[in-house]
Design a protein around this ligand. Structure first.
Ligand SMILES: Nc1ncnc2c1ncn2[C@@H]1O[C@H](COP(=O)(O)OP(=O)(O)OP(=O)(O)O)[C@@H](O)[C@H]1O
Ligand SMILES: [Mg+2]
Length: 370
């Protein structure tokens, strides 16, 4: 047996006994390569085992959830939540085509990891999601974990870091180890909580230690697990952190087309038993310019609630729930014009006046301008 092969077998045994999944992966891949030329069947078999472990979680997927979640020894509280993959409750957020393509590429890469492993190319295993609040970062992380059929281990820094001060570093390490060894997706939600704390002089030493731990763990991250961090204050993140992520995606606030898609998805069913055409959602989505996807979902829910409870015409609920409808004369003018265009004789000037609170002549004035 070749000297190098012997070394890789010993490395493999050591790493396996120590439970260090990243080292097991590396030793197994090196071992495979040492057989590539003379015994390609062994090369293929080992690569196959490693890729299938990475894609399916191997034996570990069964034990995930069964191994105990690390707890903080003082408070005795769990330091992370574990969610099982489930695509029906974690749908893909509605995003622009450009962002969708990037996510699809990322997922494709993870699903075809064997092609990279065969060629000794390290697959990506970390992703930074940035963007304003409510753009769908957390939702996307959940979707990615579910798509890859991996458990999502969430550590909410903003909730846990201050209570863990003093031993944050050790605690974080425990959660990271747990995620590394369980072939999962580890989510550091609101990652900037660390960076923000960095400005706080009292805890500077501690925070620096924490950041260093994170940087080191990212260098040594196993291919079988994924690390996702989200932040809505990317400017607060240390440049050293940015560099460590294989990919970083900025989720923008939705454009007109995306807003329309969200509204159609959220409200589409409500149009089934009405005379109203879905076309009305076009001007309504224009009126939501600058709003986040979460704001639009909230608006759609308010419309649905109001429509059911007040049993009123859908067009009225749609406009009444737009922020500032009662105060904004221009909005009410848009309402009159849109309603008349869509409903024609089914709505009278008198009714429009009643709905909007504008005078009859005011309504007539807006309609004539049209
Ligand atoms: N792009 C989207 N498509 C569809 N729904 C969305 C989208 N973005 C957000 N939502 C809705 O808004 C809710 C909140 O979004 P989410 O928590 O993912 O935002 P976030 O970017 O993580 O915000 P924060 O920065 O405040 O944590 C989601 O559960 C979902 O209902
Ligand atoms: Mg979030």
């Amino acid at each position: 047996m070749k000297q190098l092969t012997k070394k890789f077998i010993i490395d493999l045994i050591n790493a396996g006994l120590l439970g260090e999944s990243r080292k097991v992966e590396l030793a197994a891949l090196s071992l495979a390569r040492s057989f590539k030329k003379d015994q390609p069947d062994i090369f293929n078999d080992i690569n196959q085992i490693v890729s299938s472990f990475i894609i399916n979680g191997g034996a570990n997927i069964r034990s995930v959830g069964e191994s105990p979640i690390p707890i903080d020894h003082d408070s005795k509280l769990d330091m992370a939540f574990v969610n099982q993959p489930d695509l029906s409750s974690n749908p893909i957020p509605i995003l622009t085509k450009q962002i969708n393509d990037r996510i699809e590429d990322f997922l494709n890469e993870r699903e075809n990891i064997n092609l990279l492993i065969e060629k000794n190319i390290r697959p990506s295993s970390s992703l930074l999601l940035t963007g304003l609040p409510g753009t769908g970062k957390t939702m996307l992380a959940k979707f990615i974990a579910s798509s890859l059929n991996k458990n999502l281990i969430t550590l909410d820094l903003s909730a846990s870091i201050s209570s863990l001060m003093g031993k944050t570093g050790a605690n974080l390490k425990k959660v990271i180890e747990y995620a590394k060894n369980n072939s999962s997706v580890l989510l550091f939600d609101e990652f900037d909580a660390i960076a923000k704390k960095r400005d706080d002089n009292t805890d500077l030493g501690e925070i620096k230690r924490v950041v260093n731990i994170l940087l080191m763990e990212l260098e040594d991250w196993p291919i079988s697990s994924l690390f996702i961090a989200t932040s809505n204050h990317p400017e607060l993140l240390d440049k050293a952190i940015w560099r460590r992520f294989d990919h970083s995606i900025e989720i923008p606030i939705p454009d007109q087309g995306t807003r329309l898609q969200i509204l159609k998805k959220e409200l589409g069913d409500f149009f089934d038993n009405t005379d109203l055409s879905l076309d009305i959602l076009e001007p309504i989505s224009s009126l939501h310019e600058g709003k986040s996807a979460a704001d639009i979902c909230k608006y759609a829910n308010n419309v649905k609630r109001r429509n059911v409870l007040k049993n009123e015409s859908l067009i009225f609920s749609l406009f009444e729930e737009i922020e500032g409808f009662r105060e904004d004369k221009k909005l009410r003018a848009v309402f009159c014009i849109t309603a008349k265009e869509l409903l024609k004789d089914k709505i009278t000037v008198r009714e429009l006046s009643k709905i909007t609170g504008l005078s009859i002549s005011g309504v007539q004035h807006h309609l004539s301008k049209q």
